[in-house]
Design a binder for this molecule. Sequence first.
Ligand SMILES: Cc1ncc(C[n+]2csc(CCOP(=O)(O)OP(=O)(O)O)c2C)c(N)n1
Length: 596
Amino acid sequence: MALGASLDGANLRFSATVVDEWIRCGARHAVISPGSRSTPMALAISARPEITTHVRLDERSAAFFALGMAKFNKEPVIILATSGTAVAELIPAAAEAYYSLVPLIICTADRPPELHGIGAPQTLRQIGPFDHFVKEVFDPGAPRNEASWSWRSLASLVYSRSLGLRPGPVQVNLAFAEPLIDGELEPIAPRADGGAWFSAKVHLGVAEDDEIHRLFDPKKKGIFVVGAESGADLSLYQLAEALGWPVLADPRSGLITNHPNCVRYPDSFLRSGEIASKLIPDTIIRLGESWSSKVLSNFMASSAQNNDALIVSLSNRETFVDETRTNRTGYLLDVLGTIKRAVDILLGEGISKRRHAIGDQWLKLWADVDGISSSIVDEILGWDSGGAGASEGPMSEPGLSRSLMECLSSDDIVLVASSMPIRDLEWFTPKKDGLPRVLSNRGVNGIDGLVSTFLGIASVNRHPDSLSVGLLGDLALLHDFGSLIWHTKSHPKGLLVISDNDGGAIFSFLAQKSDLEASRFESLFGTPHEADIDSLLRGIGISTYHIEDVADLVGVIELARRSNGLSIAIFKSDRESNLSFHQGLQDAVIAALAQH
Ligand SMILES: Cc1ncc(C[n+]2csc(CCOP(=O)(O)OP(=O)(O)O)c2C)c(N)n1
C-alpha cells in the first residue's frame, strides 16, 4: 500500500531493507523518540512485529532505556532520534555504552547535505557529536535506489560492528530528503538462504601450556581479583583450589560463592597496614572490570611497586583494567577455556597435592582475616551468617545493601548506582551462594539516566520468578525523575529502592568534607535537594513504601513480586550518621583483627 506521494520510494525501501536485515542479524528491541525527519525509519521499525518498539519522548531517557535493555540482554538495541538537539541528548548514554562495552545502534535522522549550512530548521552537524563515544560512524547519505545493492551489507556491518571483541555503540546517520513518506515499505530481497548478509565471527584461543605454567605457578603466592564481565565462571574455583589461591570476587562478577577460596571483605581488612603487609602476593591475576574499592587497587599497586608483584590481566574483550598502571601483561584470550585448560594441567600433574606447603598457609592467611571481618560485619549489620537470619532493629545504608542481597535470589537482578550503593554492595555483600545478578553503569559512573536504565532492564526481564531491583541514591532518582513521568500506567514490573539521605552522601567520604567549612561543603557537594520525594511520586500516580528495618524490606520485596508494575521504596537516612556508621564499622573490623 502506498503510504504517501511517491517519488522514487528510496526512503521507505531503504529503511525497510535495513530493518529487515537487522532482524535477520538478531535485533529484537528499538527505542524511538518522536520527530518528523526520522519518519521513514520509525515506520519501518514499527511495522515489524519481530521488533518490540518502545516509544520515549525524552531522547536522553530513551537512550538510557535502550542501554538498560542492551546491558541485560548483551545484544544491540536500536535507538532512533530525529535531527537537531535530539541527537545531542543521546550522548550521555552513548558515553556509558562506549566505556562499559554495551552494543547500541544509534540512528540519527538528518537533513540531506544540500540543506546543511543554510539555516534550515533543526539542523546541526551530526557527524561528530559522539566523537570518541561511538566505535564507528556510518553516514551513507540520502538513500538512492541505485545504491540499493549496498543496503543489506551496510545494515549487517552496522550490527556486527556494535559487537565483536569490544562491543559498543555505533552511529548511523540517516539523511532523508522530502517527501519523507515516498512509497512503500518493501525491503529488497535478502540472501537466498534468508540469513544475515554478513556476520563477523570471533574465535579467541586458549593460552599455550607453557604460558599457563608461568601464569598459574603453584609455588607462587597468587590471588585472583574478579570484577564484572570477567568471562570466567565458577570453574575458576577449581583452579583456585588447585593452586591454593584466594578469589577476591565482587558482586558484579557473579562469582561470589560460599567456596572456601572466596574472599569477600578485602576492602575492610586491607585497611589495616599490618594485615596488608602479610598478604602481599607474588602474582595477581585480574579478570573483568575494576572494583570501586580504592583500598584494593592501592593494595595491588603497592604490591607491584614495592614488592615486585606481577599483575596480569586476562580478558576476552579488547580492554584491560589497569587503574594504577601497574599491569605487567594483558592477555586477550578465551578466559574460560584457559581456566579449564589450567585446571586440567594442574590436576593432571598432581600439582594440587604437591602445593600444600605454600598453598594452604597462604589461603589460610586470607581466609582467617576474611572470616574475622565477616563476623564483625555480620554482627554490626545485624545478620547471622550461621543461619539465624536478620536481627531486629533499625537499618543503616550498608545494612540496606547487605539485606537486599540476603533477601533476593539468584533469579533476581539488581541495578546499583555508582555512588554509595555500589560501594556498600561491594563491601558488605555476604559470602553466600545464590546471589542475584548485579549490573551497574560503571563505564563512566554517571548518576544520570539510572532510572531509565533500570526501566530498560526491568522491561526486558521477563522471567516470571525474577524481580528487577534498582538501588539508587536520592539525587540519582531526582536527576532522572523525568523518566518516571511517562507511561506511568505501563511501567514494567520492578522495585526501585531509594536511599534518601537528602543529598550526595558519597562526598562526605572525601577530603572536601573535612577541608571545607560545613556550609560551603553543603552547598557545593552535599547538595540537599529539599524535594518531597513522596509527594513528587504521588503527583505522577506512584505511591511509595517506606523501609525502616529488614522486615519492611522483606515485605516490600514480597509486594513488588506480586505486583505487575513499578514499586518504589524509600529508606530515609542521613549523611552524617552514614559516615560515622561506616567509620565505626571499619574501626571495629580493624580492632577485631588486631586482637588475633
Ligand atoms: C551525571 C553526573 N553528575 C555528577 C556526578 C558526580 N556525583 C557523583 S556521586 C554524586 C551524588 C550522588 O548522590 P545520590 O545519588 O543521592 O547518592 P549518594 O551519594 O547519597 O549515595 C554526584 C553528584 C556524576 N557521577 N554523574
